[in-house]
Write a protein that binds this ligand. Structure first.
Ligand SMILES: Cc1ncc(COP(=O)(O)O)c(C=O)c1O
Length: 410
């Protein structure tokens, strides 16, 4: 993994050039588009700070990134300059962060992790229907009980069933016997096609599924399956902290990924990223998108080009080395919190490559949870677990105060 760090001026220049390649609502006679720059009363573009902010400049110019730009030359040719930046962003994520081959992946900037996960499920459902004549009732999404709720949401929207796998209470790993038994039962009920979700970190625990064990079960049993990785939380930390990660396009079992800029990269909301091996995006083609020049392959339709710009800018401003340092230090801070908890005899779950640490509920009083905004696994009485997410704003002093308070409470 390597890409260069760019200076603020270099970044600003590249964005200016991209905006220059777009057709401006300001200077061209654009008559046929139901869009414009942002409202001039509220978002006047002569505010002095806008000139220095490539992101705000793009936001005000309001380019539409509808469609999938890695697939078709330009879905909406008016904005081809900033769409090229999005293409560059997908390439960087797919090839540098996720180890994909050159120009072998498609993708787009989605509204968030939820949309990117549902996009994957949608594509594979359509793939099974088109290529194998599968009926909805023969297709199921398979995921662990710790998976994000976008999986049941997607299965519900797409009218396919869910197979939810139990995990071990302390390791949070999928229980092999449960997997085997539930898949056998599903096969007996007529399920033939599986969409398997592997977590490159779950929301509550930061646990990373044992992908080799799960994929070898599906491969050995000759089950029709496609593997999507939900890296909405871990996608911008795990590949930087774990050099031996099995979660990359070098792993032939994996077909697609969700990443989320608006978690670990601190980009604005609206920066989910969906990436898939070439040859699959087509299964999400909406033929009827006739007014869009390059057609549409995404769930969301119109979306702001400023979102793609923001993620691209963050990645370029840090460079791969800068992000490695940043993500490793968050993981290290989490590890040292774990060491202090161990000394106190407090039970917790922590994957060493991830910045989430989840403490057993019995050690945390409601007052302590309230004081530090700890998030429970359930908002009913007596949660089993509370999590701490060591994000950039989490300072060592606050972690130290938490440990002091916890020590006096137990
Ligand atoms: C593992 C995981 N997947 C998906 C999502 C959904 O992301 P979003 O809220 O961006 O739709 C989240 C959000 O917390 C997550 O942690």
């Amino acid at each position: 993994m390597y890409w260069e760090k760019l200076s603020h001026d270099e970044i600003a220049n590249q964005i200016d050039n991209a905006l220059g390649e777009n057709i401006s609502y300001k200077t061209k006679n654009i008559l046929g588009v139901p869009g414009s720059y942002l409202d001039e009363e509220q978002f006047y573009d002569d505010a002095p700070f806008i000139e220095d902010s490539p992101f705000l400049k793009t936001l005000v110019a309001n380019p539409n990134h509808i469609g999938c730009h890695t697939l078709t030359e330009s879905a909406e040719p008016f904005f081809k300059g900033t769409q090229k930046i999005e293409k560059d962003l997908i390439k960087l994520c797919a090839e540098e962060i996720l180890g994909g081959k050159k120009n072998a992946q498609d993708g787009y900037v989605a509204s968030g992790g939820t949309e990117a996960n549902i996009q994957a499920i949608w594509i594979y459902r359509n793939y099974y229907m088109k290529e194998y004549g599968a009926a909805s009732k023969e297709i199921a999404v398979v995921y662990s009980e710790d998976s994000h709720y976008s999986m049941p949401k997607g299965a519900n929207l797409l009218n396919i069933s869910s197979i939810i796998l139990s995990v071990d209470n302390s390791t949070r790993m999928i229980i092999q016997e449960d997997l085997e038994q539930k898949i056998t039962t599903a096969k007996n009920k007529g399920i033939k096609y599986f969409i398997v979700i592997m977590n490159m970190s779950t929301t509550m625990f930061g646990s990373v599924d044992d992908i080799d064990r799960i994929t070898s079960y599906f491969n050995k049993n000759n089950l029709q399956h496609k593997i999507h990785v939900d890296g909405a939380f871990g996608g911008f930390i795990y590949p930087f902290t774990n050099e031996n990660s099995l979660y990359s396009f070098k792993n032939n079992n994996i077909n697609s990924f969700t990443l989320d800029g608006h978690k670990m990269l601190q980009s604005p909301y609206g920066t989910g990223i969906f990436i898939i091996r070439k040859g699959y995006m087509q299964y999400a083609l909406t033929e009827e998108a006739n007014y869009v020049q390059g057609k549409d392959y995404t769930i969301c339709g119109s979306r702001s080009g400023a979102n793609a710009i923001s993620v691209w800018m963050i990645l370029k401003a840090h460079g791969s080395d800068g992000l490695k340092v940043k993500m490793k230090s968050l993981a290290d801070k989490t590890k040292s919190l774990g060491k202090k908890l161990e000394k106190l005899g407090v039970e917790f779950y922590h994957n060493p490559f991830i910045n989430i640490l989840t403490i057993k509920g019995k050690y945390i009083s409601p007052q302590l949870a309230k004081k530090y905004f700890l998030v429970p696994d359930s908002h009913e009485e007596n949660p089993s677990w509370y999590k701490i997410v060591v994000m950039s704003h989490v300072k060592q002093g606050v972690l130290d105060s938490f440990i002091i308070d916890l020590k006096s409470a137990i």
